[in-house]
Ligand binder design. Structure first.
Ligand code: IPD
Ligand code: CA
Ligand code: CA
Ligand code: CA
Length: 262
């Protein structure tokens, strides 16, 4: 039987579902979208903006006092300073613009500075991942556990490859080399939120990436932790959300992966 969703998760999943309808209609119709560039290879389209507005309206209707951190429209302070929605309306914009069906809506609730609940929704595969602190992680109502693999040589990992305009390429290459030499493989799918959701689902054993923003990872962090995995910052600092670098893995491989990366 599908696990019931709490009122909070219903609000978040409802906002993601509503925003996804237009994304699905626009998917593969890039010629009808206006696309601009925020940085050398950081694209944004009317689809990102429309999805973000829908999510913001839905969340504000349900919890009028909460604040927002949104990728496209920035920070909106709320009356309630302890609860903030952290929203990426389209994680995997480059995939979306290339008609690759691997992208997601990511919505997190950050409470008193820590990720408290997260929803990551891929509308093409209709996979709704959700988790709430202390309540477990779920995919379409089915409980999630990270994988049990303990051997690096049998394990599959994911990362994000820096693109045009990103720096620290040498560091990325040495980390990639360290992991690829010791493991069964490394994937680059193009959505940080789904990468974390896939670790929670036990699809791959671990994931690392640097140079991310809070909206890429806040929801996925809750998913991995509630599925029994570990997440920390690559450099060992405490503040992953502002630092934007993550190592996520199952409980057996988090330490070995961290050793390869540091
Ligand atoms: C991007 C994706 C990608 C990651 C980039 C992010 P966006 O998010 O998560 O996997 O490698 O660093 O910026 O821009 O498509 O929302
Ligand atoms: Ca972006
Ligand atoms: Ca993103
Ligand atoms: Ca985005």
């Amino acid at each position: 039987m599908a696990h019931p969703r709490s009122a909070l998760i219903n609000v978040m999943a409802g906002a993601a579902t509503k925003a996804s309808r237009k994304l699905v209609r626009d998917f593969g119709e890039v010629e009808n979208l206006q696309v601009s560039r925020k940085g050398p290879a950081d694209f944004v389209s009317t689809a990102d903006h429309t999805a973000e507005k829908t999510i913001r309206d839905e969340l504000a209707k349900a919890r009028p006092t909460y604040g927002f951190v949104m990728e496209e429209s920035g920070v909106v302070k709320g009356k309630d300073s302890s609860n903030t929605w952290v929203v990426d309306p389209l994680d995997g914009t480059t995939n979306f613009l290339h008609a690759i069906p691997h992208f997601a809506i990511s919505i997190a609730l950050v409470r008193d500075g820590a990720p408290h609940a997260g929803v990551v929704y891929n509308p093409i595969s209709d996979e709704m991942f959700w988790a709430e602190k202390g309540q477990g992680a779920f995919l379409n109502g089915r409980r999630l556990r990270v994988s049990a693999r303990a051997n690096l040589q049998e394990s599959l990992f994911a990362t994000g490859i820096p693109f045009l305009g990103a720096n620290k390429d040498a560091q990325f290459l040495s980390r990639l080399e360290a992991v690829m030499n010791q493991t069964a493989g490394v994937r680059r799918f193009g959505s940080a939120a789904l990468d974390l959701a896939y670790v929670a689902a036990g699809r791959y054993e671990g994931y690392w990436e640097a140079g991310l923003c809070s909206w890429d990872i806040a929801a996925g962090i809750v998913l991995v932790r509630e599925a029994g995995g570990y997440v920390c910052d690559i450099d060992g600092t405490k503040d992953m959300l502002s630092n934007g670098s993550v190592i996520a893995a199952n409980a057996n491989l988090h330490e070995p992966l961290t050793r390869l990366l540091r």
